[in-house]
Write a protein that binds this ligand. Structure first.
Ligand code: DX5
Ligand code: ZN
Length: 238
């Protein structure tokens, strides 16, 4: 199983929603680093997915860390329920109407003992993150418009990712830089060269002809190659 300096965070948006616990367990067995839960309320995005009770039910099936990506109009409503459900990282959208007081929302996440993440849609400037960078443990650059899996990667987001990496480096803070949407063997190199070190991957894992473990290994191999990292020697066959 190939590893790299980046983390693979499978999105279960493309998974079998009748078996999310087993799906999360399978991701752990396949070498994933964390589970990325895509929460949608049918208002902030034109799609509706899961609530905290579903995440809490899946919690018993895997030891992987959980992060929750709140594509909802008002993340304040259920904020503590995600922590109770076993999520270590809570990612809110700068564009959510409930994040008008974004500084307060991020502070509330920290007060709950969770790590605070901020997601920026493709049309939102990086400058939206700058005033609250000191409250962030994670910055998510969306590489698709949120709402659905299987969309095309927006390559112009690599410039924004690189600018985010520079902003984080200049801050001297430890902030995870994550990208989400359209990450696949054909796009992962551009994202990591731009500076992303947490890759949300959904449909590309389920599409892979050799299965999810092979998909994760292939992505790590491509990340190593893109970063010029030594590729783990193939196991000797003799
Ligand atoms: C989109 C979600 C993403 C997406 C990733 O709104 O935030 O997590 O489902 O899925 P793929 O990898 O299929 O683009
Ligand atoms: Zn997501």
């Amino acid at each position: 199983m190939t590893q790299s300096s980046a983390a693979i965070a499978p999105s279960l948006l493309t998974a079998d929603f009748a078996r999310l616990g087993e799906e999360a367990q399978a991701m752990e067995a396949a070498g994933a680093d964390r589970i990325h839960w895509d929460v949608m309320d049918g208002s902030f995005v034109p799609n509706l997915t899961i609530g905290p009770d579903v995440v809490a039910a899946a919690r018993k099936h895997t030891a992987l860390p959980f992060e929750v990506h709140l594509m909802v109009s008002d993340p304040n409503v259920l904020l503590s329920r995600w922590v109770d459900a076993g999520c270590e990282r809570i990612i809110v959208h700068a564009e959510s109407p409930g994040c008008t007081h974004l500084h307060r929302v991020l502070g509330a996440i920290a007060e709950l003992g969770a790590r605070a993440g901020l997601a920026l849609n493709p049309g939102t400037p990086l400058s939206a993150a700058e005033p609250v960078l000191d409250l962030l443990d994670l910055l998510l650059v969306m590489t698709v418009n949120p709402g659905f899996g299987g969309q095309a990667y927006i390559k112009t987001m690599e410039a924004k990712t690189a600018a985010a990496a520079a902003m984080i480096a200049g801050s001297g803070r430890t902030v995870e830089l994550e990208v989400d949407g359209g990450i696949a063997p054909a796009t992962v190199a551009g994202a990591v060269v731009a500076g992303a070190r947490v890759l949300v991957v959904g449909s590309a894992l389920y599409r892979h002809t050799d299965g999810i473990p092979a998909a994760i290994s292939e992505l790590h191999g491509l990340i190593n190659a893109a970063l010029g990292a030594p590729v783990a020697p193939a196991l000797s066959t003799n």
